[in-house]
Design a protein around this ligand. Structure first.
Ligand code: ZN
Length: 164
């Protein structure tokens, strides 16, 4: 069996995970990833996992790209995540009666989680870091202003003393 099917409209080979052709938006045939053999499922899950962190225009369906003001990176990532999740849930389902697939499911699921959790942690750390810098700058400027005021009042005191 093949892991792709031909689009009836543009004749391109399209991965079975797509319900609509990502090139021309034509509705795909009846085959889905449920038709994969176990071996194909493992191979395809690995293939999609290897795409994590990459941005591919072809992941994003036709309908979304025709909209204005879309964040392309985000859309591509969301689509990729959806594809991986579809494979993982099928793997988990088949794993219920197959220990080998079950082990593969946990391995791939962890790989998926590690990748996206690390990204979230990194984003969070960057956010905290910049927050801290802004705070320090703000604090310094307040201190500076305060010191200036102290100096000003001191020099006024001195002036008053000298006039007395
Ligand atoms: Zn097509």
């Amino acid at each position: 069996m093949s892991t792709t099917q031909k689009c009836m409209n543009c004749a391109r080979d399209v991965d079975l995970v797509f319900r609509r052709c990502p090139h021309c938006n034509h509705k795909m045939g009846d085959k889905t990833i449920n038709d994969f053999t176990d071996e194909e499922l493992l191979q395809q899950t690995e293939m999609w996992l290897s795409q994590m962190g990459k941005v591919h225009k072809s992941y994003v369906d036709h309908k979304s790209t025709s909209k204005k003001n879309v964040d392309f990176n985000e859309l591509a990532t969301e689509t990729l995540k959806r594809h991986i999740k579809a494979h993982l849930s099928l793997l988990s389902f088949r794993g219920a009666s197959n220990p080998e697939l079950k082990a593969a499911y946990f391995k791939y699921r962890n790989q998926y989680r590690r990748f996206y959790n690390r990204r979230t942690t990194f984003k969070l750390l960057t956010f905290v870091f910049f927050g801290l810098i802004v705070f320090i700058l703000f604090y310094c400027s307040i201190r500076k202003e305060h010191n200036l005021k102290v100096e000003e009042s001191r020099s006024q005191d001195i002036k008053q003393e000298s006039t007395n």
